[in-house]
Design a protein around this ligand. Structure first.
Ligand code: ACO
Length: 330
């Protein structure tokens, strides 16, 4: 009978995260940047960010997050077939930072590559890894978002430099078979991705190997990004829930990209989601780009907010513009 046909899904077996040792408050930042705790808190909700030191790189953060996720899953690096790492701040232009993680965790075969979708990177990586697992390219994957975004900030531009921080988050995915009749199957139930390159210039880096030959610095039209974020995020969350017959009332937790508390509030209001259902870590970590969703997820799993069986919506928007969402039963 078709309603008993087994369905394979990618299940989150473990989560992990890592932050640089140095934690910088708004007050400390305002000693070197023409800003104030009051301005940053009021406009963004950010209180602290972690800033990577010289020995901390995107790969060291990614490796620490990957090891923590493997520990949580009770697995070793040799159990992993695929690494998809989302970053806009790789250790080097090439090779992929994912290959550094691969070697460090003792994974000698399989597939490892990076994806570039900036703040949406983790949603893109999750969706790609899920598709690859379900089409038979492996059984277990590490999906990582890792950034040292503070390395590409213009510290003279107070409109951007106060907004970002460094960090990494990771999940281990494993393919599991559930009966189609299972009323509450675990795993990734749906993903939705979008891009609209007409808005390339709203949020970009003014350098790169093929243009200036330099790394470049972050440039952003903050107001316009804000406007697109609220519209696109509310829309993509509805798109990802609707085919599953879900509404905001069915969701236990939204784990959003942590860009700005006002974007989170406005998006939740648009969807009629009570603020208590939204995981917020932007106050502690600022915007860590591709790391922010898995970092928030791991934080809420470890502090006991998110429990096994909870229904989650993950969402993000970033440069490109790119945006996406996923429904996951943890
Ligand atoms: N400290 C003090 N004053 C500041 C600072 C600062 N750090 N930055 C800007 N200002 C001043 C400006 O100079 C300006 O002063 P003026 O009125 O005298 O000219 C005033 O504050 C207002 O500046 P705006 O840029 O218009 O401020 P706005 O209200 O738009 O807030 C912000 C800026 C917080 C960046 C907002 O636009 C925003 O949150 N945008 C979303 C951007 C975002 O989160 N991007 C992340 C990546 S994309 C994503 O993740 C969704």
């Amino acid at each position: 009978m078709s309603n008993h046909a087994p369905v394979e899904r990618s299940v989150i077996l473990g989560t992990g995260s890592a932050l640089p040792a140095r934690r910088v408050s708004n007050a400390e930042l305002s000693e070197t940047v023409d800003t104030s705790d009051e301005w940053i808190t009021e406009r963004t909700g950010i209180k602290f960010r972690h800033i990577a030191g010289p020995d901390e790189t995107t790969s060291t953060l990614a490796i620490d997050a990957a090891r923590a996720a493997l520990d949580a899953a009770g697995l070793a690096g040799s159990d992993i077939d695929l690494i998809v790492l989302a970053t806009a701040t790789p250790d080097n232009t090439f090779p992929a930072t994912a290959t550094k993680v691969q070697a460090a965790i003792g994974m000698t075969g399989g597939i490892a590559f990076d994806v570039a979708a900036v703040c949406s990177g983790f949603l893109y990586a999750l969706s790609v890894a899920d598709s690859m697992l379900r089409t038979g390219m492996g059984k277990r994957a590490l999906v990582i978002g890792a950034e040292t975004f503070t390395r590409i900030l213009d510290w003279e531009d107070r409109g951007t430099c106060v907004l970002f921080g460094d960090g990494a988050g990771a999940v281990v995915l494993g393919l599991e078979t559930a009966a189609e009749s299972d009323a509450a199957p675990r795993g990734i139930l749906a993903t939705q991705l979008h891009a609209d390159g007409r808005h390339y210039d709203l949020l970009y880096v003014d350098g790169g190997p093929s243009t200036t030959g330099t790394v470049g610095k972050v440039r952003m039209k903050g107001r316009e990004v804000f406007r697109h974020a609220v519209v696109n995020l509310a829309e993509v969350m509805e798109q990802v829930m609707k085919p599953l017959g879900l509404t905001s009332a069915d969701i236990d937790w939204v784990v959003p990209h942590q860009a700005n508390a006002r974007i989170l509030d406005a998006t939740a209001r648009k969807l009629g989601l009570p603020p208590q259902k939204v995981v917020i870590t932007v106050d502690q970590h600022a915007n860590t780009s591709a790391a922010s969703v898995p970092l928030a997820l791991d934080t809420a799993v470890r502090d006991g907010r998110i429990k096994r069986g909870d229904l989650l919506v993950l969402e993000a928007m970033g440069g490109g513009l790119t945006w996406g969402a996923a429904v996951v039963r943890y």
